[in-house]
Write a protein that binds this ligand. Sequence first.
Ligand code: FMN
Length: 310
Amino acid sequence: MTIMQKFFWFIASLGNIGAIYFFSQTETYLSGALLIFTVAYTAIGFYDIYFSRHNLNRLYPVVAYIRYFLESYRVEIQQYFIASDTEERPFNREERSLVYQRAKNIRDTIAFGTQRNLLEVNYPSLWHSLQPQTIHDEAKRVSIGGPDCSQPYSASYLNISAMSFGSLSANAIEALNLGAKKAGCYHNTGEGAASPYHLKHEGDIVWQIGSGLFGCRDDDGNFNPESFAKTAKLPQIKMIEIKLSQGAKPGHGGVLPKAKITQEIANIRHISMDKDCLSPAVNPECTTPKALLAFIQQLRELSGGITNWF
Ligand SMILES: Cc1cc2nc3c(=O)[nH]c(=O)nc-3n(C[C@H](O)[C@H](O)[C@H](O)COP(=O)(O)O)c2cc1C
């Protein structure tokens, strides 16, 4: 018997008898409340010990609910009272505060410098050179596109990684693209096709063509050169990224269930609303290295010579 079970039997027997006696002698609010407490405690505890499906309730009658209650606030307690400013993932409090401050256009610096321990062993940091150099503008960007490419692209080193419309909302896609335009970097569409929200603000776009060939496929899911060429020639599309397989779901591919396919997503991806949408494990146009090279050449010609990579 656990200590809480012993406590339960103590309240259920002597506790109730004592409370009834106390109430019969005094008939005050306090003794009434005490009696209600012991009776309620007995009823809940009895249910927990004999009928509950949870071991925790059976072993720790009544108090187990305190544990469930605290657990339901675990994230908030951890975040507000326990975690330090720098230890949460994927974004810690320090990083989130910086984003909030910049989004609100308020000061983002902290008096007295950093709170981090820069002298910690192996702390990753950049140190001043004893021979400082002027950084030329060309060094801040990288040119992508070989000799066969008639439209090489000068890319920023930091860009916005692939996240599809559908996995992100229209507002989020628009905000990212506007950010790309302001920052002078590119915005990768993700495999869910180049949506109107990617194109609206005219930030640079890398169109990702994944195994589902979304945005450049026919009704049977085969590559459609005409619809590819139409989108690839838009001025916002600066490069094409071919995704060979589903890295996050190796060997399986992805499924967008029918229930989640809106008319808008169907139009943008060129898919049917009547069945689940499959992203196969393998890109059907790139099953061998030779097929991949032929596909790259085909895309280069159809797009008017923009950079393709995989
Ligand atoms: C909501 C969401 C959607 C994503 N969609 C794609 C996608 O369509 N294609 C792709 O290659 N990666 C996709 N990714 C992976 C990201 O591009 C990125 O590689 C991944 O999030 C790792 O980077 P991070 O550590 O900065 O999050 C997606 C990630 C997220 C969070």
